[in-house]
Design a protein around this ligand. Structure first.
Ligand SMILES: [Zn+2]
Length: 287
């Protein structure tokens, strides 16, 4: 892992201690995340049977014809996504990718921003053991970080999506730094984690974005291939199907934005994923 750090005096708000913290955190998996819940591996046969029964009952409760498929064991070593040529910003920057380089029939659910805080969604994630990741923007999430602490306690990693959701390419490097590092500090304070993934709002970024993201502790910048809504999946491929390693984007939205609760979005995701023979897996177990 390359450690980079630009001259600290060029940025007024950085202290030497902060700079040291950035150096120490860069390249380390500093986020303490509870164990994934998606796998039944390691359970005794009786435990597996009861777990399957519970999952079947939960599927019925949440209006699913079939329980979600369990993901295969994640790779022993983390994969190294490469920035595709269409997005290339130079070999020395952290990777930007919309699909994880795996051949497993897994896809990854990522939910952004943090506006709607629906407690039924927590219940659904817990009962159906849904692997997912949350990319939080302070401006949306701040009204109730307790909600996201509860989500994190269910095994959902919390990652960085800036303080105020700006279009990063319109900001100076210093402003971008404050957006990313500022949200690292907030999430450390509120959730107790220091994220290592950064998703730029709207998927827009430039070279400075990737440089500051790495300085703030991110080692990769995942984008997405699909976007999920309560009533439809927008596919990234012409064949309108999932492909191994696809990343699904959705949002903490609800009736105000969608005219439907977020649980309907999750139901649609689980239906489509399962119907195509895929399992949801946790992005952080792969990258
Ligand atoms: Zn967003």
């Amino acid at each position: 892992m390359r450690l980079i750090c630009r001259v600290p005096v060029s940025r007024g708000r950085r202290s030497a201690a902060r700079l040291l913290a950035v150096l120490l955190l860069t390249g380390t998996a500093a986020c303490s995340t509870p164990a994934p819940q998606g796998s039944e591996d390691g359970q005794a046969p009786a435990g597996k049977a009861s777990s399957r029964r519970q999952l079947a009952a939960a599927a019925k409760k949440w209006g699913l014809e079939r329980p979600p498929l369990a993901a295969p064991p994640p790779p022993k070593e983390k994969l190294r996504p490469q920035t595709p040529e269409s997005l290339d910003r130079g070999p020395d920057l952290i990777p930007v990718f919309a699909r994880v380089p795996t051949t497993d029939k897994v896809v990854f659910l990522t939910v952004d921003d943090g506006a709607a805080k629906d407690h039924s969604f927590l219940e659904m994630v817990r009962e159906l053991k849904v692997p997912m990741s949350a990319f939080l923007t302070d401006e949306s999430a701040a009204s109730d970080y307790g909600y996201f602490r509860d989500l994190h306690a269910l095994g959902v990693p919390v990652q960085n999506h800036t303080l105020t959701h700006p279009q990063m390419t319109t900001l100076t490097a210093d402003e971008q730094y404050d957006e990313v590092c500022g949200q690292q500090d907030v999430l450390e304070e509120e959730i107790g984690v220091r994220p290592w993934l950064f998703r730029p709002p709207f998927g827009d970024y430039d070279e400075d974005t990737l440089i500051v993201a790495e300085e703030c502790g991110a080692r990769a910048a995942p984008l997405w291939t699909e976007e999920a809504f309560p009533d439809r999946m927008e596919y990234g491929s012409d064949d309108a199907k999932f492909h191994p390693g696809d990343i699904i984007l959705s949002h903490f939205n609800g009736p105000h934005t969608w005219g439907a609760p977020i649980t309907e979005m999750l139901r649609l995701v689980l239906r489509e994923v399962t119907a195509q023979g895929y399992a949801l897996a946790r992005l952080e177990d792969y990258v």
